[in-house]
Ligand binder design. Structure first.
Ligand SMILES: *Cc1c(COP(=O)(O)O)cnc(C)c1O
Length: 431
């Protein structure tokens, strides 16, 4: 396959940028080969620097739920840009944005805008620690909450793909304040709270995990988190940076009818611009400066261009969109399941709404211990097969694929055909 320009750019990139990329998973290390350099995108299509066209199932890792270059979003960004790029002073746009988030997420009585999901989770945890005056936080193995020091512990996503479960540069003393538990293990959670409940500031969780591949919570698991937190005076935090506005306009919490103390949002809320949000109960959020003692700030926080892209995106999250995503998701799930069966490969498909993963594992996958049993070599062959056939699937086993409102039934059917052929290649691998 002709990827000459991408290869040349990758060569050049590696001289100036570590690994040639500005975020590790883009380097294709988990699947081999050369990353595709992108020239432009439109709807459900990516166009590479090599002049090749791909059906995109990454959507910039989540944000592009309306598809790329959605005309209303682009128009909003253009209009905002003409009024200046950043003021470092409050705007009406931010007020409208905050009101819109509160309308979609009633659990978020107050909220702050920041510029990345990493900042959102880091800030939420600082506030939870400040509010409770406790140091320890609980997270679940395989959940990724951005790259803050205390969150790079058993953190799924890129770290899982590279077999480096913990990061260098994180002081032992900081990592020690993070307690980890298996996802979907209510008993382990209860046992931990029994022993150390009075020391725990917060429990943070991806309510549907996307960062070890798509893994749904089992019955009662999320409820148990809310109950344990309530009983022990800890703060429950739903990290909905991925699931927010993805599983419904009101995120996983709306889908499941749950009310966490705090929530983090990112990705979709910025419509492809650097924008994320953290918020929650007013009494907790009032701990933040200038009202309270917990400091958090940002030169570009609530940036008018980003907020404009966010508002234009949020305005288009209607019931019809989620029905369409469900129907396309179900079509892809069914097609992949049939393709798996026909190939005889040991694999399973897991989906919640428009998040989907083909695990090279007989399944089901409920936790990191299960996910870790996936055959990564088979995934690599599958991925390259898809790419060759014009389907841009996430370049790592432990990343969920996303469907957008811009995908058509024909796009889904093309992806299923590509998956059939790619699974056929996997079935012929020497073991
Ligand atoms: C992507 C993601 C983050 C980190 O967001 P960035 O904008 O990449 O910093 C945090 N939590 C979850 C659940 C995510 O999927």
């Amino acid at each position: 396959m002709a990827q000459e320009r991408s290869s040349a750019l990758f060569e050049r990139a590696q001289r100036s940028i570590p690994g040639g990329v500005n975020s590790p998973v883009r380097a294709f290390r988990a699947v081999g080969g050369t990353p595709v350099f992108i020239d432009r995108a439109e709807g459900a299509r990516l166009f590479s620097a090599d002049g090749k066209e791909y059906i995109d199932f990454i959507g910039s890792w989540g944000p592009m739920i309306l598809g790329h270059a959605q005309p209303d979003v682009i128009a909003a960004v253009r209009e905002a840009a003409l009024r200046g790029l950043s003021y470092g002073a409050p705007t009406e746009l931010e007020v409208r944005f905050a009101e819109k988030i509160r309308e979609l997420y009633p659990s978020m009585e107050m909220l702050r805008c920041v510029s990345s999901g990493t900042e959102a989770t880091m800030s939420a945890l600082r506030v939870a620690r400040g509010f409770t005056k406790r140091d320890f936080i609980v997270k679940f193995e395989g959940c990724y909450h951005g790259h803050a020091d205390h969150l790079l512990v058993k953190a799924g996503s890129g770290l899982a793909s590279f077999g480096t479960p913990d990061s260098g540069g994180v002081p032992e003393a900081i990592a020690k304040t993070t307690l980890t538990l298996p996802f979907n293990d209510k008993e382990a959670l209860a046992a931990l709270f029994e022993r150390r409940g009075s020391e725990i500031a917060a429990v943070i969780v991806e309510p549907v995990v996307g960062n070890m591949g798509c893994v749904a919570p089992q019955d009662g698991f999320l409820e148990a988190i809310l109950e344990q937190c309530k009983a022990h005076g800890a703060i429950s935090i739903f990290d909905e940076v991925m699931t927010g506005c993805r599983l419904s306009a009101g995120g996983a919490q709306q889908r499941f009818g749950l009310k966490p103390d705090m929530t983090t949002l990112g990705k979709i809320v910025g419509g492809g611009m650097p924008l994320a949000v953290y918020g929650g109960r007013a009494d907790i959020m009032q701990c933040i400066a200038p009202l309270g003692p917990v400091y958090q700030a940002g030169t570009l926080s609530g940036n008018p261009i980003a907020v404009s892209a966010g508002l234009a995106t949020l305005a288009r999250l209607d019931a019809a969109l989620y029905e369409r995503l469900e129907s396309l998701g179900s079509r892809l799930e069914q097609g992949l399941n049939e393709a798996v069966k026909a190939s005889g490969v040991s694999a399973c498909v897991q989906r919640v709404g428009s998040m989907i993963t083909l695990f090279f594992h007989k399944g089901p996958v409920h936790s990191w211990a299960d996910a870790d049993g996936c055959n990564r070599k088979q995934f690599g062959v599958f991925f390259q097969g898809m790419l060759e056939r014009g389907v841009y699937w996430p370049p790592a086993q432990f990343e969920a694929a996303f469907i957008s409102g811009a995908h058509t039934e024909a796009d889904i059917d093309n992806a299923i055909e590509a998956a059939k052929a790619s699974l056929e290649l996997v079935s012929k691998m020497k073991t």
